[in-house]
Design a protein around this ligand. Structure first.
Ligand code: ACM
Ligand code: ZN
Length: 524
């Protein structure tokens, strides 16, 4: 009857309906519930808000501890609507469900009882604000949309080759210079922007009001060209670079053989730790090519000094050392998993992985890591990378993906949940972001929240027209169903269009840079 996304664990309908009456006496409703409802009715453009508050009963109740801290029970009967939960988080998600009910039912709601709780405790969305800057207002829009999808973890990718986005008082150049690039993939227009520390506090506080934790990412040792452009001593061979203009993996990364690199990293983390109180920081670790380290006398000396085998082990040592620094502050570290399968004996098992590639070939290694105690967050590029074209990941394949397929019950205990990243190399604005993220995020949130046995593609498809209407309340225009489920020919065309974008001059720059550094290394 009702269409809800994500679908709840259990819903039972009664025979009658409840109709809102004129308000007599407002029930006591917590402020965060009032705010959510006011915001909803502002979007919904009706005058019903106050009548509903008069019929709404909110109660924290230990009886519901079995539903966990995010579960809730929503019931509608002759007395009105009750939302009960063990914790406020659960009340908040009950209210999100209520918004979808009110949107469909107006002021006459069928009697019902919903009992609902999430499949995973980590339900994430990542915004890459490094490639393109998104304004504070736009970040808040993403947070609003996350809450509507019952997502609870915002991974904020803040540092990239193409732009440094967070004010660090000790290193003012990072934002003065590192936040701007002279041109982009799209043309010769400069782009830039950064968040002041006050704006970061504002974003974190807004996220918390939506029961969303914020995990900032300081991507090291790769993806650091914007920082090297400001402080060349951070790199091997003290390279003088510009903030990257185009996408593509860069070969200049932080030098792991200098004390000054660690000083910089620790200083940045000191300021980040003050701004982000949720106890986790993401250290990136992805796509750190080792061309420079293999040639750098300082990196090579460090490998010898520490008794390491090679540059790969040097990265494991580097990440573990920074992780140890964060652990002293009681902060947990997350990083991207290695792009290639590597033995990880030098990588501290307390570092959790965002798993971006799960294949039959990788599965045994991942299982070994889990056995050694490493926690995992499923971020598999298929189907969770929202920037990839619908020709590669259509709505159905995003929906049908079971994130923990192939893992045993014991292993699943160490899988915290799922995350969908929005990389923005080719996503310069909100309009494009919405076309990429929606409706796929609707499918993905159901893989994160709903119980596997309750999921069905046919049923999801039935809910799509409601979902589009609901999104449009919030001004979100996603890809049409025709675009999200392209025919074979359209799919091939969208893949070809996406692949064409990979042809660019950056690859050539990398080759030239490699040759220059090789000559320099020989002269040392
Ligand atoms: C990644 O896709 N660079 C983690
Ligand atoms: Zn070096």
């Amino acid at each position: 009857m009702l269409k809800l996304i994500p679908t709840p664990s259990k819903i039972v309908y009664g025979k009658k309906c409840f109709t809102f009456k004129k308000i007599t006496e407002a029930a006591a409703v917590p402020d965060f519930v009032l705010e959510e409802l006011h915001e909803f009715f502002k979007a919904f453009k009706t005058e019903k808000a106050f009548e509903i508050i008069g019929s709404l009963h909110i109660k924290l109740n230990n009886e519901f501890s079995s539903l966990g801290s995010e579960g809730y029970r929503l019931s509608v009967d002759g007395n009105g609507i009750s939302v009960e939960a063990f914790r406020e988080n659960g009340i908040f998600y009950g209210i999100q469900t209520l918004k979808q009910i009110l949107f469909q039912c107006g002021n006459t709601i069928p009697f019902m009882t919903i009992e609902d709780s999430p499949r995973f405790s980590y339900r994430g969305f990542m915004l890459d604000a490094g490639r393109y800057f998104y304004k504070v207002r736009e970040v808040k829009e993403f947070l609003d949309l996350m809450a509507l999808h019952k997502l609870n973890t915002f991974h904020f990718h803040l540092t990239e080759d193409q732009g440094w986005r967070i004010e660090i008082k000790k290193y003012p150049l990072l934002t003065q210079k590192g936040s701007r690039r002279s041109h982009t993939n799209f043309g010769f227009i400069p782009r830039g922007g950064y968040y002041t520390q006050n704006e970061i506090r504002e974003i974190v506080s807004y996220a918390h009001s939506k029961f969303i934790r914020v995990i900032p990412e300081f991507d090291i040792p790769g993806h650091t060209v914007s920082a090297i452009a400001c402080y060349p001593y951070l790199s091997c061979f003290d390279r003088k670079l510009k903030v990257a203009t185009h996408w593509g993996v860069k070969h200049d990364i932080l030098c792991a053989g200098k004390e000054s690199t660690y000083r910089f990293v620790f200083d940045v983390l000191d300021e980040m730790a003050e701004l982000f109180p949720d106890g986790e920081i993401h250290l990136g670790g992805d796509e750190a090519y080792k061309m420079r380290w293999n040639l750098c006398p300082r990196c090579q000396a460090e490998i010898k000094r520490q008794g390491l085998k090679d540059s790969e082990e040097l990265q494991q040592f580097f990440m573990s050392k920074v992780n140890a620094y964060l652990r002293e502050k009681n902060i947990k570290t997350i990083m991207w998993n290695w792009d290639d399968i590597q033995p990880t004996k030098r990588l501290d098992p307390s570092i959790a992985w965002n798993l971006c590639g799960i294949s039959d070939e990788k599965l045994p290694v991942i299982k070994e890591e889990i056995k050694a105690g490493r926690e995992m967050i499923i971020t598999s590029s298929f189907p969770y990378y929202l920037d990839l074209p619908y020709g590669w990941i259509n709505l159905k394949s995003a929906y049908e993906f079971d994130p923990v397929k192939g893992f045993s019950d014991e292993e699943i205990k160490r899988i915290r949940g799922v995350e969908a990243p929005l990389w923005t190399e080719y996503v310069p604005d909100m309009r494009t972001a919405c076309l990429k993220a929606f409706p796929r995020l609707g499918a993905i949130c159901e893989t994160a929240w709903a119980q596997e046995e309750n999921r069905s593609w046919e049923d999801f498809l039935e809910r799509m027209s409601f979902y589009y209407d609901f999104l449009s309340l919030y001004g979100v225009k996603g890809a049409s169903l025709k675009k999200a489920m392209p025919s074979k020919i359209r799919a091939a065309a969208s893949s070809a269009w996406f692949n064409r974008r990979q042809l660019h001059w950056q690859g050539l720059y990398n080759l030239i840079d490699d040759a220059v550094v090789k000559i320099k290394a020989k002269q040392l």
